[in-house]
Design a protein around this ligand. Structure first.
Ligand code: ZN
Length: 292
């Protein structure tokens, strides 16, 4: 199971910024109502709110992505879920089997939301916030913490937020209200970089250790972004249908039994929240009182 993480979503955002910013929406088709279920006023309202509008900017916070609409008071919010794709394709390209929503654009291209498993979807949301100097965000995104790619992200606030939690370190890293955008893959890579066990209780984490793991998470995500993201799953693609190749650079994630790149010990896989945690048993020893 592969869930897109921050670098993968940022790759999609950049593609949207290049390919659809400034374009007018001439027509909208909803092919599967489940894909717009988060738009509570229903599919007809979704279509009515979009037709004739202009897509002015592509934004992201954590793994949430939205296209601001002209007027600046609302936006199309995309949830990619586990298999959602936003593709920009010329109108003549045949539809795939899992096309859920089509936005026809005024340049002859289409923005297509394709989703095999239909966990993702689109909705039109009001923008909230907008305090002086603070950007507006769609209401469902308001509780999401800033991510390390955000110019307003502050390492020391994230360090404080993580140390306030009473949980295991990896759970805290995955908590989108502490710092957003870190998922299973980059959490494991950051913990390995920082030589910290995933079940380390956050209460025992000193400030330098918290800084180390958060800095490592940001660094590994920046490197992943430079390589187009990580893709274990052919479903994850950029707006042009290409997948990234950062998975070749991962130190421990998905490498159970292979040698740790630092010390050569075989990488260990533990079960964690119905998924897996990969770590080095020597570089990341089990803490005395683990918080599973
Ligand atoms: Zn090691």
């Amino acid at each position: 199971m592969f869930v897109p993480e921050l670098p993968e979503v940022e790759v999609v955002r950049r593609g949207l910024a290049e390919n659809v910013e400034g374009r007018g929406v001439t027509a909208v088709e909803v092919h599967h109502t489940r894909a717009v279920r988060r738009h509570l006023a229903g599919p007809a309202d979704f279509v009515g709110r979009l037709e004739g509008r202009r897509l002015v900017a592509a934004w992201r916070r954590g793994k949430y992505l939205w296209l601001e609409l002209d007027g600046g008071s609302d936006a199309v919010l995309a949830h990619l879920g586990m298999s959602g794709q936003l593709l920009v394709q010329p109108a003549g390209v045949p539809d795939g089997a899992h096309l859920r929503v089509r936005l026809r654009l005024d340049d002859g291209n289409e923005l297509r939301f394709v989703d095999q498993r239909t966990f993702g979807g689109l909705s039109v949301e009001e923008l909230v916030g907008g305090a002086p100097g603070a950007p507006s965000v769609p209401a469902p995104v308001a509780h999401i913490a800033r991510d390390p790619f955000d110019p307003e992200y502050e390492l020391e606030s994230a360090v404080a937020a993580i140390r306030r939690r009473t949980t295991g370190l990896k759970r805290a890293l995955l908590d989108q209200t502490v710092v957003s955008g870190i998922g299973n893959i980059y959490a494991d890579e950051a913990l390995w970089q920082a030589r910290l066990h995933w079940a380390r209780p956050t209460a025992t984490l000193d400030r330098p250790a918290a800084r180390r793991v958060l800095t490592a998470a940001a660094a590994v995500m920046v490197r992943a972004l430079g390589e187009g993201g990580t893709s274990f799953d052919s479903l994850y693609v950029d707006v042009n249908g290409r997948s990234g190749y950062f998975d070749r650079s991962l130190a421990v994630y998905g490498r159970a039994g292979e040698p740790c790149p630092r010390c050569g010990s075989p990488v260990r896989r533990d079960s964690f929240m119905n998924r897996s945690s990969f770590s080095c048993p020597r570089c990341q020893p089990l803490p005395r009182r683990p918080h599973w």
